[in-house]
Design a protein around this ligand. Structure first.
Ligand SMILES: Cc1cc2nc3c(=O)[nH]c(=O)nc-3n(C[C@H](O)[C@H](O)[C@H](O)COP(=O)(O)OP(=O)(O)OC[C@H]3O[C@@H](n4cnc5c(N)ncnc54)[C@H](O)[C@@H]3O)c2cc1C
Length: 429
């Protein structure tokens, strides 16, 4: 966090060193400072979202993406404040918005700002604007590069504070670092993936709308994962594609030479997953994520799953079984109908086997004669099934957002410490 803050403010501080141009009024200087700070914060987003394992590891990818979303809005406000303060102070400057007649420094500044606003609007209101995920992702990347590159050129053309060659060199180095990061993400990473292909070894129907793909490494030893982590899946012959989707690894972490992903048909891409031909090529980028029992030692775990949110727990439970774990664990698994329960047979087998496991199924639309739990996972159910009996246990939650919100709230109300509650959200946007 300290490093992040340091990197965000360093460019501004460096501009204030050594020889300074003649001082201007307070508002002009404030506006320029906000512009510089906004730009360096924006540029740092490239590093935040580059799926650099060391950046995401301590927090988990969903937390990093959440941070990206919030800090990007802060950066945008700072960048927008830059021209707004200047316009309020000197309304004649509004002429600079006319990009046909304005000087080049203003053209680049205004275009960069428009790109940034388009970026924020299309991200915050993507669903409302009915922009589907893949085109949005491509546009997001292009707009981000335009916004930052044009702003850097704007700074260079204005030239104020950049009189000294070393300051120019510093900003040039910042631009070069961004280009290096782009080359790494778009070129180096896919090239590395190409050297580690996988083969679809099995396509297995789990329920009417969920399918498991079992992948085997081709010419390498596979992927080391922590139980509960996820990977980005690419299907097809080339890893140079934007069509890559994150999925939890539902197989045991003790078997790196086989990765299983259990996928629910949710949208256009996942709807075709059951038709994947056995023998076809795939690539896995990962593993990522902080949602793992191996990061949080405890006397036992309570896994609360909703729908396809059972997949990371399948990976964790299979790993615990393979390791011969003897601690007491609980699964609370909610779906609509019993036919939606994924891995039911295996969960029942595990509960009857050497693993000390109790599984509670919760159906919101139970069939006639269902003698299990029904309705929603609420505080009363959590208390009865886990909290009263296992006060020291660690809680892992994965499922639809409303369910996760409700379970997190209920656990806190029941006195489970925040540090003992871990969640993974499948929606990154
Ligand atoms: C950490 C993590 C683990 C996941 N694990 C599983 C799992 O084990 N099983 C499972 O069925 N689903 C899992 N998902 C969800 C899965 O990634 C999406 O359901 C899938 O990508 C939807 O793709 P689509 O094009 O068919 O659907 P669409 O209708 O196009 O998208 C539906 C939603 O899925 C998300 N999404 C779509 N494409 C992507 C993408 N390329 N990258 C990131 N998000 C995307 C967006 O929120 C989008 O709004 C996981 C998601 C995350 C973030």
């Amino acid at each position: 966090m300290g490093l992040y803050l340091g990197l965000a403010v360093a460019p501004l501080l460096i501009l204030g060193l050594d020889e300074l141009p003649p001082r201007r009024d307070f508002w002009t200087e404030l506006s320029v400072a906000l512009g510089f700070l906004g730009l360096s914060t924006m540029a740092l987003q490239f590093a935040v979202t580059a799926r650099l394992r060391h950046v995401a590891a301590p927090y988990g990818m969903d937390v990093v993406v959440q941070f990206h979303r919030q800090i990007a809005v802060v950066a945008t406000l700072m960048v927008v404040a830059h021209p707004v303060i200047l316009f309020v102070r000197e309304p004649a400057l509004l002429d600079l918005l006319n990009v046909i007649e304005a000087p080049w420094r203003a053209r680049f500044g205004v275009t960069g700002l428009v790109a940034l606003l388009a970026l924020v609007v299309s991200s915050v209101w993507r669903r409302g604007l009915r922009i589907s995920y893949e085109p949005w992702r491509v546009a997001h990347g292009v707009l981000a590069v335009v916004a930052v590159a044009f702003s850097l050129i704007h700074i260079e053309l204005v030239g104020h504070y950049l009189d000294e060659p070393w300051k120019r060199a510093f900003w040039a180095a910042m631009a070069a670092a961004l280009i290096a990061l782009l080359v790494y993400v778009r070129l180096v990473k896919p090239l590395r993936l190409r050297r580690r292909p996988w083969r679809v070894a099995e396509v297995r129907r789990e329920t009417a709308d969920t399918t498991t793909l079992a992948l085997e490494p081709v010419g390498h030893k596979g992927m080391r994962v922590l139980p509960g982590q996820f990977a980005w899946l690419i299907l097809g012959d080339s890893p140079f594609t934007v069509e890559q989707h994150p999925f939890s690894i539902s197989s045991s972490a003790t078997a790196p030479a086989r990765a299983e992903l259990t996928i629910k048909a949710l949208g256009d891409w996942t709807a075709r997953i059951a038709e994947t031909p056995v023998g076809s090529r795939a690539y896995l980028e990962g593993a990522y994520g902080a949602f793992s029992i191996d990061r949080y030692p405890a006397p036992g775990y309570v896994f609360v799953a909703g729908g396809v949110g059972i997949t990371p727990f399948a990976g964790m439970l299979r790993t615990l079984e393979d390791r011969g774990d003897r601690r007491p664990h609980r699964v609370i698994y909610a779906t609509k109908r019993s036919s939606d329960l994924i891995f039911r047979e295996e969960l029942d087998r595990m509960a009857a086997g050497p693993l000390d496991l109790r599984v509670t199924y919760v159906l919101s639309a139970p069939p006639e004669g269902w003698d299990g739990e029904s309705g929603r996972v609420d505080a009363d159910l959590l208390r009865r099934c886990a909290v009263d009996e296992l006060p020291e246990h660690m809680y892992f939650i994965c499922g639809p957002d409303p369910m996760m919100d409700a379970v997190e709230k209920a656990l806190l109300e029941l006195g489970v410490p925040l540090d003992d509650i871990h969640s993974e959200r499948f929606a990154l946007d």
